[in-house]
Design a protein around this ligand. Structure first.
Ligand code: ARG
Length: 371
């Protein structure tokens, strides 16, 4: 690609131009669409609004380039809602609801992205998140990972939910410098109750998780343009829920409870009760999503699909970048084909870049105490 790009001066503008030219080359080469020279000439002349087709292609390639994602095989199936004209609170919320319902698709989850216009921000790092309520003794009811977000939403005026471990947080949508809160209706935040195929006591723990992971704190970088509000989802891999969210000591910390449900002796870790509890919680999450008819991957299948993705990319003459520590699953990693692989972790564009959480930003106009 680099050969097609003129060597620009190192100004931000020149960097954006170089990226735009490179992207147009990639787009026209891979899609065989005509008109590359004309589009590049337009890029040279200044502002270059991407067509919906270019934006869609760019978003798909950003997924293809995501070094941390082991589920990249279906990158070409990403559906992109081009909502760059939507810049008001109600419009954004309405389209987010449509995104959540359309992506769930009755359980046959469709990878989906919605790209909104300038001046919009979503403060939540995922569209569906459980509250983490800080207690006076320092403990957290709910998801400790979301305690800062929960505090932030409280400062923005959220009255708080019923106080369970699984209260779905409202969305903070910012437009024109003003943040407003929106409650998600239950059907837009579909959840799966966790039960175990043979151990009813695990089902009695009252665990659940939401069906859709919708990342909303990554900026989509395409053709030298940055789209700050481009929430996107795939479907879950069971280890994300069972081996991290519900198990990590700094999250729901449920392995002792699962071990108790299994009747395991937990006095010494040397009995491997942690490992047994972890395994059965993974079994339970897969079983529950399957029973509920909600699509979910398992680490054996997804790592083999990743190998297939690598084969297809090699055939297309494209190198695959990856971050080994993210690609390898946190369950039985050495039983998967990725264990003895090495990956180049370079980040190439189009791609996604992280954003600072809204509550760490000093931005005028959005502080509820000084409106
Ligand atoms: N690990 C995150 C979570 O547990 C979700 C990241 C995206 N995952 C995905 N399968 N698309 O919520």
């Amino acid at each position: 690609m680099a050969a097609s790009v003129p060597q620009p001066n190192q100004t931000p503008q020149a960097g954006a131009l170089a990226e735009a030219l490179e992207f147009l080359h990639l787009y026209h080469t891979e899609t065989s669409r005509p008109g590359l020279r004309q589009r590049q000439a337009e890029a040279y002349r200044g502002h270059l609004p991407l067509s919906t087709d270019e934006l869609t292609f760019g978003a798909r390639v950003a997924w293809r380039n995501s070094t941390r994602c082991v589920g990249r095989l279906p990158w070409q199936t990403l559906r992109v809602n081009d909502l760059r004209h939507v810049t008001d609170h109600d419009g954004v919320f309405t389209h987010l609801l449509a995104h959540l319902r359309g992506a769930l698709n009755g359980g046959r989850i469709l990878p989906t992205m919605s790209v909104f216009g300038p001046g919009v921000r979503i403060h939540n790092d995922q569209l569906i998140r459980y509250a983490g309520y800080r207690q006076p003794d320092g403990r957290v009811i709910g998801d400790p990972r979301n305690a800062d977000l929960t505090d932030h939403l409280r400062r923005l005026g959220w009255a708080g939910g019923p106080g369970t471990r699984f209260d779905v947080l409202p969305l903070a949508i910012e437009a024109g410098g003003q943040a407003r809160l929106f409650d998600l209706p239950a059907d837009a935040a579909h959840e799966v109750h966790i039960t175990h195929p043979t151990c009813p006591a695990i089902g009695e723990l009252g665990l659940r998780w939401h069906a859709l992971p919708v990342i909303s704190n990554l900026t989509l970088e395409v053709a030298g343009e940055s789209f700050q509000v481009a929430p996107f989802n795939g479907w879950y891999l069971q280890t994300e829920i069972a081996a991290r969210n519900l198990s990590d000591e700094g999250r729901y910390d449920q392995l002792p409870a699962v071990a108790a449900a299994l009747g395991l002796e937990t006095t010494s870790r040397r009995s491997l009760w942690v490992d047994r509890a972890l395994l059965e919680l993974n079994v339970a999450v897969l079983h529950s999503f399957d029973q509920a008819g909600v699509r979910i991957a398992d680490h054996h299948a997804v790592t083999r699909q990743f190998q297939h993705f690598e084969t297809l990319e090699a055939r297309a003459g494209r190198p695959v970048q990856g971050r080994w520590s993210w690609l390898v699953p946190p369950m039985a990693p050495a039983t998967t084909p990725l264990w003895d692989r090495r990956y180049d972790d370079r980040e190439v564009r189009p791609n996604f870049t992280p954003q600072r959480p809204a509550w760490r930003e000093a931005r005028p106009g959005v502080c509820p105490f000084h409106p």
